[in-house]
Write a protein that binds this ligand. Structure first.
Ligand code: MHO
Length: 253
């Protein structure tokens, strides 16, 4: 394997940079518990791809993509800048971004681009919604010629639709994607105590960063799932809450 093999000590974990299909990805190796069973590599399709987008707060960006059919995982992180090992409180010139791992046989890069364009305001200068600053800029960080062509084409198409304003979206090669600190991964899920309890009661839950189930539930917590998938999770949660209250009744009787 063509390893860039750059190891950088970082907090309590290590960031490992490696070269993959022409792009470098930094892996934040943490000392948390192993990933849940749904993230087992054996159940992954043989050819997955990644796409990186910046569209404001990465808490929201993860949720935007997390419930789409064909999306396997989302990771909140930093991209587009020159600062090495960025952190939330020391982000330098990096943008908050999301890395989307997807199965191209189920969802195409073009479809992810459509979701990107419709999920934020790419005309807003220096921020997104109430979040102001260059870390919230709109960007597509492509990997390879095909992604670059598709990204540029989609931008031209979006530009043609505008009646006023201008697209601020930058389109650049990905360079290095730095995963964010674990407390920023699956943030919408983390702040939903019932879902966290559900995961905990199933013995799942610590390594939310790389979890496929975490990716889905995070989007569900943010209200970003399709009606049918939402129903599935509503049902699961309802059963869990019933089960929990029955258990409490028995414990108190
Ligand atoms: N102010 C925003 C953005 C947080 S962020 C991860 C919020 O509280 O949702 O930059």
């Amino acid at each position: 394997m063509n390893l860039l093999s750059l190891f950088v000590a970082f907090n309590c974990g290590i960031l490992m940079l490696f070269q993959q299909q022409g792009s470098a990805t930094a892996i934040r190796v943490s000392d948390t518990l192993p990933a849940d069973s749904l993230s087992s590599e054996s159940s992954l399709p043989s050819k997955t791809r990644t796409a990186v987008f910046a569209l404001g707060s990465f808490w929201h960006s993860e949720a935007v993509f997390g419930c789409l059919d064909g999306v396997l995982r989302t990771t909140a992180g930093y991209a587009g800048g020159s600062k090495l090992n960025p952190e939330y409180r020391n982000i330098g010139d990096q943008a908050e971004a999301v890395e989307v791992e997807f199965n191209p046989e189920i969802i195409r890069y073009e479809q992810l681009l459509d979701v990107f364009w419709t999920s934020h305001d790419p005309t807003q200068v220096f921020g997104q919604g109430p979040d102001v600053g260059s870390q919230y800029r709109s960007a597509i960080y492509f990997q390879g010629q095909e992604q670059e062509n598709l990204a540029l084409l989609s931008k031209t198409r979006e530009e043609a639709k505008l009646s006023e304003g201008q697209l601020t979206t930058e389109i650049k090669p990905i360079g290095i994607f730095f995963p964010a600190e674990s407390e920023h991964q699956k943030f919408e899920l983390r702040r939903n105590s019932e879902l966290m309890q559900l995961l905990g009661s199933a013995g799942i839950g610590e390594d939310l960063s790389s979890s496929r189930l975490g990716t889905r539930l995070n989007a569900y917590a943010a209200g970003m799932c399709s009606i049918s998938r939402k129903k599935e999770f509503d049902h699961l949660l309802e059963n869990f809450l019933k089960w929990r209250s029955n258990l409490r009744e028995i414990a108190e009787s």
